[in-house]
Each structure stands twice: as C-alpha cells, then as structure tokens.
Write a protein that binds this ligand. Structure first.
Ligand code: C5P
Ligand code: C5P
Length: 470
C-alpha cells in the first residue's frame, strides 16, 4: 500500500470511532503529534483521552486502559509490535503512527496492527507529527492550520539537520503553513540556534555546526568579532538576537564569518540553513517565535514529566501554561548544559569505534541523550557517543542513549541497527530509534558486554560499507 492508502486506512477506522485513547511520546514530536491528533479528532466530534509515556515497555504498557476505545500510538509502536501483541491489544482497533524502524510482531494471530510509518515509504526525513498531520488532513482539509505544529515536531526530531532544510513531504507541510499564514520561511540563513531569544554572541559562539576561529565556544570573542563589524549591544547593554537584525546587518555578519572561516581554511558547507518563523507569536513570548525554540520548550515540559503543559501550549495557552513552561525551559537548559559539561569535564572512554560514559543517577534518563549529542561536537565527532545512566523507573535497568553525526551515518553507521542487534544478543534488552540517534534499556549487569557488542557491530558496519576501513 502507498503512504496515502495507509493514511486512508487509518482515517477510515478513526471516522468510525466514538472514543479514542492517544498514547504518545513525551518529546517535542510526541507532544505536537498528540496535539494535532487530539484537535483533529475533536473537530470530528470524537472523544479523546491521552496518555504520555517515555517509551513503550512492559512498565509503561500498564498505563494503557483496557477499555473499548480505539488506541492510537504516536511516535512509537512500530518497533514494539510484539509487546503490543503480548499486551493483548486488538490489531483492528489499534493504530500506530510512527517514523521509527518497524518490527512487525512475529507471525501468528493478532500481529497486524494498522500502521502508518513514513519510513516504510522511503520518507526518512519526516517525524510522527508529519504523519499525524497528513492523517488530520485526510480527515478534513480544514486542518491545514495544524501545519505549524507539524513543523515543530519535525524540527524537534531534527529532521532538517542533515540537509539543513526540510525535504520531501515535510516540505509540503511547510508550504501549507506558509500558505495558511502562520509560518514564514527564512531560506539559506545563518545556521545558528536561538534566533529569537539568544543574545547574538552566544548564538554565534555555540552553533554546533560552525567552527569559526576566535568566535566558536568563546562568547567574549564573538562579541568582539560582532562589534568590529558594527553590531553592538542595544540600550541597557542587551545584545540583539538574530531576529532583530536588518537584512544588511545579517549580510555583514554572514560575510564576516565566511571571510574568517576561509582565511583559516575552515569548511563552510554547513554555514547556512533554513529557519521556520512564526510571525503570529508575540515578541514577548519569543521562545515560541521559531520552530526549533518552540520544540525546545515542548521538550523541556515533556522530558521533565509535564508533557500536558506542552500540550496546552500547542492548543494555544499563552498565559498560565506558557508562564510555567518558561520555568521548565530555564531548568531544562541549565540541566542539559550540566550534562554536557559533566561529559566534557569527566571525559569519555574511547573504544575503537565509539566513545562512552556512565553518568549514574546524576541526570534523568530523558535528557542524557540530548546532552550527549551536544557534547559530541566538543569531543571526537568521528565516533558515535554512547551514554549510560540509571533507568529512573526501574533501578535494575540501565538506559542507553547514542548519538552520532551525519557524516558518520553516511559512512555506513546505523545506531538503530547497532542497538537492535546488540539487544537481540541478550535477554531483557529493548532498543531502537534512528540511524543518527537511538536508545535502549538493558539490565545493568549487562553494561560491559553490551558496550563491547555495540562497538563490534559498529566496526562491522564500517567494514560492510568500506571493506578497507580499519
Ligand atoms: O523518539 P525520537 O525519534 O522522537 O527521538 C528523537 C530524538 O533523537 C531527538 O529529540 C534528538 O535528541 C535525537 N536526534 C538527533 N539528531 C537527529 C535526529 C534525532 O540527535 N538528526
Ligand atoms: O531517549 P533518547 O533521546 O536517547 O532516544 C533516541 C531515540 O531512540 C528516540 O528516537 C527514541 O524513541 C529511541 N529509543 C527507542 N527505544 C528505547 C530508547 C530510545 O526506540 N528503548
């Protein structure tokens, strides 16, 4: 079946339902997917209740009510179909909307869930919020107003990072958002994060992708660099954000950065990327004015046990929920920074094909992967990083997160496959994700053996792609 046919099969079942339970992931993609689905279904007169969970595993499966409502899993489920089958979910009354690698339940009665997974149709750069958006459109074309939420989910899952722009069906969502008036595209703009909230020297100094001598990782150096080209603090010594600059000022900054990088022989290939702006959001609520910062705000709610707060913001709450979410955001940012500094200060252990570190119970398992991803550009980005921590729900288990860079993926490394294969070798392990970012839960006594296995599997992946790599 085509993607459109899969969507239609799911929407037909939804139309026939009076009551739906959505089970969604706690990250920005899961929160925005849930909001898209809940809004679209409510518009059809369908009653919706939601459960957010960290991952589908035997513990969290118990939170799913065993009632007659139609169950929709969003942003997970494809890789956990055997578990869903064991839980006794009715395949005809269970829909999976996902973009993770699919592992259908082993043959036998009751394995065929209604699954819409964009990855199966070759759309690798679209997230669950994108799938949910196309489903919402199939229910009613009026739902184009949800394009903005779909973009936030896609950007939250970093679907733009490899090509520095959205491509494929996610680009069609962008077009809907622009046509509908809620989204503005800044094409081929400077590849920095925090264009609406971060003082410019910070933004330029801490871009993961740029290596600008005298500027990168040195906000004072960045401030001097900007002042030399005539960009200086506004009144009250407050630096402008990227969004505040005029077109000419932006050109001046970009040209000066190119000059500096070229003069030092640096690669400028990742200097520019697209930004997705939301002009309708108030400047006083600047964290909502572009897709990547909005996604961070949602992550800071969901990954700290308050996904419903993010859900309220997706539904338009700009007062009570937003105020609380801002506090969550401050906490999230400082904790992620702590994880990153802990990793870089403590140092990682380097194996032949990966870097690893155990952070014990210092940080919640929901954020260690993000911190590891950020630390990677300060370590040896040629090797994937594997971070372990205590599973906050089950002390007998260890949570593993892995991250790598697009260049490493293009050389044949596939973290999802590495973790899935390592999990198959040991009892009690489950894992999955994407080629570039993946995670697993394993019994903690297996840590050592598991890391050795993952290292060996990654070595094999290199060998299979390039037989002469050592
Ligand atoms: O479960 P899920 O797909 O939603 O998790 C996505 C997470 O994977 C993102 O929040 C991000 O931390 C990570 N990721 C990444 N780089 C990418 C894609 C995803 O670090 N290119
Ligand atoms: O938790 P973390 O951000 O490291 O997750 C990275 C990716 O791995 C996400 O896409 C997540 O859904 C996936 N994952 C998984 N199974 C796990 C843990 C994480 O599929 N047990």
């Amino acid at each position: 079946m085509s993607f459109e046919e899969d969507i239609r099969a799911a929407s037909d079942v939804i139309r026939d339902s009076e009551e739906v339970t959505i089970i969604s992931h706690i990250d920005a993609d899961g929160i925005s997917s849930e909001a898209i689905l809940a809004l679209a279904l409510s518009r059809e007169g369908i009653r919706v209740t939601t459960r957010f969970v960290r991952q589908i595993d035997p513990l969290t499966l118990d939170q799913i009510p065993s009632d007659s409502s139609l169950k929709i899993f969003s942003d997970f489920g494809s890789g956990q179909q055997e578990m869903l089958k064991e839980k006794g979910l009715d395949p005809g009354r269970t829909i999976i909307l996902d973009h993770h690698v699919s592992q259908p339940a082993e043959s036998g009665d009751g394995g065929d869930f209604i699954e819409v997974n964009c990855l199966k149709h070759g759309f690798e750069k679209m997230s669950a919020a994108g799938v949910s958006y196309f489903l919402a459109l199939d229910l009613d074309s009026v739902n184009t107003d949800l394009a903005k939420l779909a973009l936030i989910g896609n950007i939250g899952d970093m679907m733009d990072r490899e090509h520095l722009r959205l491509i494929g069906p996610a680009r069609d969502i962008l077009r809907d958002g622009i046509r509908e008036g809620s989204v503005e595209l800044w094409e081929h703009d400077l590849n920095i994060y925090g264009i609406s909230t971060r003082p410019l020297p910070q933004s330029v100094a801490y871009s993961d992708d740029l290596d600008i001598p005298g500027v990168s990782r040195d906000p004072d150096g960045a401030a001097r660099f900007l002042e030399r080209i005539g960009i200086s603090p506004l009144s009250g010594n407050r630096w402008p954000v990227w969004e505040d600059l005029s077109f000419d000022q932006k050109q001046a900054v970009s040209s000066a950065i190119i000059e500096q990088m070229v003069a030092h022989g640096k690669d400028t290939a990742r200097l520019f990327s697209d930004h997705y702006l939301f002009p309708g959001e108030d400047r006083h609520q600047a964290s909502l004015r572009n897709a990547s910062e909005f996604a961070t705000l949602l992550n800071s709610c969901g990954r700290w046990q308050r996904p419903e707060l993010g859900g309220a913001i997706c539904r338009g709450d700009r007062v009570v929920a937003y105020r609380e979410a801002e506090q969550m955001l401050r906490n999230h940012r400082s904790k992620i920074r702590e994880v990153m500094l802990y990793i870089t200060d403590t140092g990682v252990t380097e194996l032949s094909h990966l870097l690893y570190i155990h952070v014990g119970g210092r940080f919640p398992d929901t954020i260690v992967g993000i911190g590891a991803g950020m630390a990677l550009s300060r370590l040896n980005p040629e090797k994937p990083i594997l971070i372990m921590c205590e599973d906050s729900l089950d002390p007998s288990m260890t949570k593993i997160s892995m991250r790598t860079r697009p260049e490493v993926v293009s050389r044949g490394v596939d973290l999802q496959q590495a973790l899935a294969r390592a999990c198959e070798l040991h009892e009690g392990c489950s894992g999955g994700g994407h080629r570039i970012a993946a995670g697993a839960f394993i019994p903690h006594e297996l840590e050592h053996a598991f890391i050795e296995d993952v290292n060996r599997i990654i070595a094999q992946q290199y060998a299979e792609t390039c037989p002469y790599h050592s």
